[in-house]
Design a protein around this ligand. Structure first.
Ligand code: N01
Length: 536
């Protein structure tokens, strides 16, 4: 392996070794910068190094869960399953890092603690928990949307005598669930995946649910030989579709509206999408689910009846039925999740009715009594989107802290730049689109590299976005979120809106106007000579 770079004064520092950080590192190296990149994990891979829990996999589709810029690299292998599993995504990212010689840029097992803009030298001063200080002209973040885990805010977890694991801090060794009494707290994407994966192995499974989710099956299966060939044969078409789809999927719009479709035909469309699984329900059924609450009600009614038909106990089925619109929270998918509740050894605890009061030596105490378990799985999610930033000390011009700047919620331009924080650029940062991640990271990584090339060509040392641009973007983003069913995310504890954490500012943290629209706006910004940026 090439020796790691150790320079203390470089052109760019990148934080993150996942899709966003790796791609940004590559592009900045491509344009001739000296780059040092950091990740707290002991290897590259981002979320895929941390989330090793049983059943972990993406629900994005195999052909588009990678970068597209290098056709030969992209088609030189294929994922085995239509939803790439954690080990395979991790293998892809490692292969990407090796193929493009990125490892030498990385300092691993090292957390960046602060990034402070020094006005005198016009450089970012970055300090790490390894005691190193590095300065850079450009500071680029690719820290992930869901990288800052949270635990329930109830006391006593240290007194529990069994094992406790957060899904996103899963140990490297295998956790043995066989014959164990297991508690899972949380029923988001991670929770429903691990529940489905372990339900058959454990002796007792107790699921502590705060908010129920709409959980269709995934339709998971191996990639067929024909599909593998298709990835090569239809390469341009696949990536054309990804670019024009609001969520970066290799799909076309459904081309029909729920409220204009005959009820019998609607049922058939829902049934087929349920069979196909995952995001088919959201993107392949009807195009008005996000825009029209009445249309969304139709799919929710259908899915509620599906839950009632699968889950035998009506009281449990009722508890598993959400009251929020489909898509107001990030929808998970899992196979056999609803069916698991028909097994004798699986029980559901609705913690809205009987809240968890504390952890005990033997398990979990609720207002209704104690549940004795051997293993507790915290599938409780993240201080999402902004958490990775606010847990660091980031300071811009005049020593202003990003935490202060974002005290009412994040403010950015296009999710890429922040006023008062010159030459700091974010990949998949707050207020960027929520979509299939790799193509978005590629778009944004390219855009940042192009901006830096432009700056160098024009002899510009420092740029920042303007306060007005940030206000304009935040206003637009909020109006879009409020016009869609995403507005119900606030009451549904959606992490999209910061609503999963008590005391966190309620603000829409992602752009729901579409990854395609965002990419168009970024392209236009560059084509017009970056009108929303100014020299510092
Ligand atoms: O986290 P979450 P996640 N007491 O925030 C509950 C991506 N991802 O790790 O809904 C009790 O979604 C919380 O309840 P509520 C994906 O983007 C993708 O599951 O906030 N419960 C919720 O049920 C995803 O959205 C994949 O009321 C508490 C759960 O814990 C994102 O990562 C797989 C609690 C947390 O759900 C995050 O997913 C996995 C408390 N104090 C992850 N605090 C795939 O691609 C929270 N909860 C398939």
């Amino acid at each position: 392996m090439a020796e790691a770079l150790k320079a203390r004064d470089v052109d760019a520092v990148v934080i993150g070794g996942g899709f966003s950080g790796l791609y940004a590192t590559k592009r900045l190296v491509d344009i001739g910068l000296e780059v040092r990149s950091f990740d707290a994990a002991d290897d590259v891979g981002g979320v895929w190094t941390w989330n090793r829990y049983p059943g972990a996999r993406t629900d994005s589709l195999h052909e588009a869960y990678q970068f597209s810029f290098d056709r030969e690299f992209a088609t030189s292998w294929a994922y085995s399953n239509i939803h790439p599993t954690q080990p395979e995504v991790l293998a892809y990212l490692n292969r990407f890092a090796d193929h493009f010689g990125l490892r030498k840029h990385y300092t691993l097992s090292t957390r960046v603690e602060s990034a402070v803009f020094d006005e005198a030298s016009a450089r970012w001063v970055i300090t790490t928990d390894g005691g190193e200080t590095v300065t850079a002209k450009y500071f680029v973040t690719g820290m992930g949307l869901v990288s800052a885990p949270i635990l329930p805010n109830v006391p006593g977890v240290e007194s529990f005598r069994g094992e406790v694991h957060h899904t996103s801090r899963w140990p490297q060794h295998e956790v043995d669930f066989s014959g164990k009494r297991v508690a899972v707290i949380g029923t988001g994407s991670s929770g429903v995946q691990i529940i489905s994966a372990i339900a058959g192995d454990v002796s007792e499974l107790t699921i502590f649910q705060r908010t129920p989710n709409w959980v269709p099956p995934t339709g998971h299966r191996p990639v067929t030989a024909e599909e593998r060939t298709g990835i090569v044969a239809n390469y341009d078409e696949i990536w054309r579709r990804v670019r024009q789809h609001p969520a970066g999927w290799p799909w076309e719009a459904a081309g029909r509206l729920a409220l204009e479709t005959d009820p019998a035909e609607r049922e058939a469309i829902f049934e087929e999408a349920w069979r196909r699984g995952g995001f088919s329900m959201l993107y392949e059924t009807f195009d008005d689910l996000f825009t029209d609450k009445a249309a969304n009600d139709v799919i929710c009614e259908w899915m509620a009846s599906k839950i009632a038909s699968i889950v035998h106990d009506p009281a449990t089925a009722a508890k598993l039925t959400p009251s929020h619109p489909y898509g107001a929270k990030r929808p998970p998918a899992a196979d056999g999740y609803l069916e698991a509740f028909n097994q004798e050894h699986v029980r559901l605890v609705d913690i809205r009715e009987t809240p968890i009061t504390h952890f005990t030596e033997r398990g979990i105490a609720t207002s209704d009594g104690e549940y004795e378990v051997d293993i507790i799985v915290m599938a409780t999610g993240f201080d999402a989107i902004t958490g990775a930033f606010t847990r660091m000390d980031i300071r811009g011009i005049g020593g202003k802290s990003l935490n202060e700047h974002w005290q009412d919620g994040p403010k950015t331009y296009l999710g890429v730049a922040v006023s008062g924080f010159p030459n700091m650029f974010m990949v998949a940062g707050p207020q960027s689109p929520f979509a299939n991640l790799p193509p978005g990271a590629q778009e944004q990584g390219n855009w940042i590299a192009d901006l830096i090339v432009h700056m160098r060509q024009q002899g510009i040392e420092l740029v920042q976005t303007t306060v007005e641009s940030e206000e304009e973007w935040t206003k637009h983003l909020t109006e879009v979120a409020e016009a869609l069913v995403t507005r119900y995310g606030l009451e549904a504890n959606s992490w999209f809106a910061g609503a999963n954490i008590e005391g966190k500012p309620r603000a829409f943290n992602v752009y729901f106007g579409g990854a395609n629209v965002h990419a168009d706006l970024c392209d236009a910004e560059a084509a017009d000579g970056y009108p929303h940026f100014e020299k510092v």
